[in-house]
Design a protein around this ligand. Structure first.
Ligand code: FVH
Length: 292
């Protein structure tokens, strides 16, 4: 018999510890396990129970949250304890691909337990606070039954019954983040090459990126309609002609253009294919390697 409110957290890295702390703060009985012992001191002082094996941890709660290094470590941890998992719910918050999420969902079904796959859109200090949100996919009734517990971590966003969807959304959001941070670093490198401190330039960058970031809904309309000719303000052909200046300027300043360079051949290709008069959102049509 386990307490209905009990939660087990497998993995006490930076994120797993934050998750366990948020469940404790929400008043839940929390059992924790980590491959390497000795990481649970603070959580135990706050009321968590540390156990020595993953099997004991799994048996302690109906809801088992795994936040480990990668997909492989999830299998290494859970494969030996599938017998104990039967009838329980596993929420996997380890970063992975959509394919890995689907594989885990199928594997859980074969072993008689339910699985939600998740994507955490926050860093550890944000967990349990208003800025954090967590994506979930898998059986909706399982999400609904455990939503109250999961809400302790941040805003819970259910994105579909296909186990791969949480990872798909997660990876899409991370891809946008890395794209933006590549641009940010290149911009700082450019100004540093002229002796300008990043802190001096940052307010302008902040202002510019806030403005640029305001166009996602307009781009989404173009992408969904696949019509990139509507209300074009700055067409692709003009942008492609100017883009070479970004690369030349980087060379002039002794900065590698390698973070910027991949976009240029796509711009040239799309323009050469007769779409220079369109919005540059049309570049998306060059990204698919399968029919989409
Ligand atoms: N931290 C972050 O900002 C991001 C935010 C978004 C989500 N990610 C993902 O969360 C997963 C865990 O990340 P983390 O920050 O907790 O990572 P670490 O602090 O490095 O802890 C890793 C834990 O995984 C355990 N572990 C590693 N390999 C194995 C294994 N083969 N079997 C069992 N456990 C394993 C490790 O244990 P130990 O090294 O202490 O024994 C830690 O508990 C991750 O997917 C992020 O992408 C975090």
């Amino acid at each position: 018999m386990t307490d209905d409110k009990a939660v087990t957290v497998l993995g006490l890295g930076a994120m797993g510890s934050a998750l366990a702390g948020a469940f404790l703060a929400a008043g839940r009985p929390v059992t924790v396990w980590n491959r390497t012992p000795g990481k649970a001191g603070e959580l135990v002082a706050r009321g968590a129970t540390e156990v020595a094996t993953a099997e004991e941890a799994v048996r302690a709660s109906g809801l088992v949250v795994a936040c480990l290094w990668d997909h492989r470590s999830v299998h290494q941890t859970l494969d030996p304890v599938t017998g104990a998992l039967a009838g329980r719910v596993v929420v996997n918050l380890t970063n992975g691909t959509p394919g890995q999420g689907r594989e885990l969902g199928g594997w859980a079904g074969e072993h008689g337990f339910a699985l939600l796959d998740g994507g955490i859109m926050a860093v550890p200090p944000m967990i349990g606070g208003p800025g954090a949100f967590v994506l979930y996919s898998g059986p909706e009734e399982v999400f609904t039954a455990h939503r109250d517990a999961l809400d302790a971590l941040g805003e819970s966003r259910y994105v579909g019954s296909d186990h791969g969807m949480a990872a798909l959304y997660d990876i899409a959001l991370l891809s946008a983040m890395y794209g933006a941070s590549m641009g940010e670093l290149h911009a700082f490198a450019m100004v540093r090459s002229a002796g300008v401190r990043a802190a001096e330039f940052a307010p302008l960058l902040q202002r510019w990126m806030a403005m640029v970031g305001g166009f996602h809904e307009r781009t989404a309309e173009l992408v969904d309609s696949r019509d990139y000719t509507r209300d074009v303000v700055s067409n692709l052909g003009m942008q492609a002609a100017a883009y070479h200046n970004l690369i030349d300027a980087a060379h002039e300043q002794g900065v590698s253009p390698e973070l910027l360079a991949p976009l240029y051949p796509l711009m040239l290709r799309r323009t050469a294919e007769g779409h220079g008069h369109e919005d540059n959102a049309g570049l998306i049509e060059l990204l698919f390697t399968r029919r989409s």
